[in-house]
Design a protein around this ligand. Structure first.
Ligand code: MEV
Length: 308
């Protein structure tokens, strides 16, 4: 057992394929290093959890933190650990905004527990433990969030298949902007399911999203950002038909397109949360950023070039 451990994780952005990924269609996700999360563990008198929303005994955590609480308790029980610990989560990843804050905390806590107690492990073990919390938070997640956070690399992901690392080297910039409204991923995923089960037309939208992800992969490989932008617009249109966009996302997407974005769409669960836009150069990326900041949004820019 160590004196203290620190574990760092980052946020994620789904470039394309959210929601349809739940149905086995491919999706592309990238790690985003503009926001991050740190978990520290040290010895304590009682099991204790500290984060933005809570500071107290683990057994008294609020419902929102039930996933993390269960992960820690089950881990201690499984490895028959009697020692008490203080777990502290420091994060600047906006919460419930489709940026993977829950995956970042689940992976961060699972990894920190293994390291603190010096239990040998590999990435599959971390994933298994992180999923305990993720399943409580999201119901039945596709696994894309945990995978991209865990590997901290861009991935081409198909549920149930081995992940494919997918290095991106595109002459373009990604603008990420937060609506400031909490997304409702669990509810959105459940509502999409109702639609898909109600009428074939929605099932077809899901399949079309899958085709767009396959096309996006080829366009990225061939460094064709302008065409990728068009695909992003088409994906947003389909996601809107699946009822997961909202007025604020649509407004921000229109502003981005009006300021020269090659394309724009929601990212993550939708219904609040974040949107992304693609810009051909940094000047245009800054122009889009300024236009979104003018309406009071938090905005980040990330280069898509030369990812390792
Ligand atoms: C959430 O980040 C992505 C969704 O596709 C849900 C999932 O994949 O589990 C909406």
């Amino acid at each position: 057992m160590k004196n203290k451990v620190l574990s760092n994780t980052f946020s994620k952005i789904i470039l394309i394929g959210e929601h349809s990924v739940v149905y086995g269609e491919p999706a592309i996700a990238i790690p985003f290093h503009g926001t991050s999360l740190e978990v520290s563990i040290k010895k304590c008198d009682k099991n204790h959890l500290t984060c933005k929303f809570f500071d107290g005994r683990l057994e008294e955590t609020s419902e929102d933190l039930f996933g993390i609480k269960t992960l820690i308790e089950k881990f201690l029980e499984f490895y028959k650990i009697k020692e008490k610990i203080c777990v502290k989560i420091d994060s600047d990843i906006p919460n419930e905004r489709g940026m993977g804050s829950s995956a970042a905390s689940s992976v961060g806590v699972a990894r920190a527990l293994f390291e603190y107690f010096e239990i040998s492990h590999d990435s599959n073990d971390i994933m298994e433990w992180a999923n305990i919390s993720e399943k409580i938070i999201h119901g039945n997640p596709s696994g894309i969030d945990v995978n991209v956070v865990l590997h901290d690399k861009s991935i081409y992901y198909i549920k149930g298949q081995e992940i494919q690392l997918f290095p991106i080297n595109l002459d373009a910039y990604l603008i990420i902007a937060d609506t400031g409204i909490k997304g409702k991923t669990k509810e959105a995923v459940a509502d999409v399911r109702k639609l898909v089960e109600s009428d074939e037309i929605y099932e077809n939208y899901v399949k079309e999203l899958g085709i767009l992800s396959q096309n996006a992969k080829k366009l990225i490989e061939n460094n064709q950002p302008a065409k990728l932008g068009k695909i992003m617009n088409q994906a947003h249109n389909l996601l809107s038909k699946l009822s997961v966009s909202d007025d604020e996302l649509d407004k921000m997407i229109d502003i981005s397109r009006g300021n020269g974005a090659l394309g724009a769409k929601l990212t993550g669960g939708g219904r609040g949360g974040c949107m992304i836009a693609l810009a051909e150069n940094i000047e245009n990326a800054n122009k889009i950023k300024d236009s979104l900041e003018k309406i009071g949004k938090n905005v980040w820019i990330s280069s898509l070039k030369n990812e390792e």
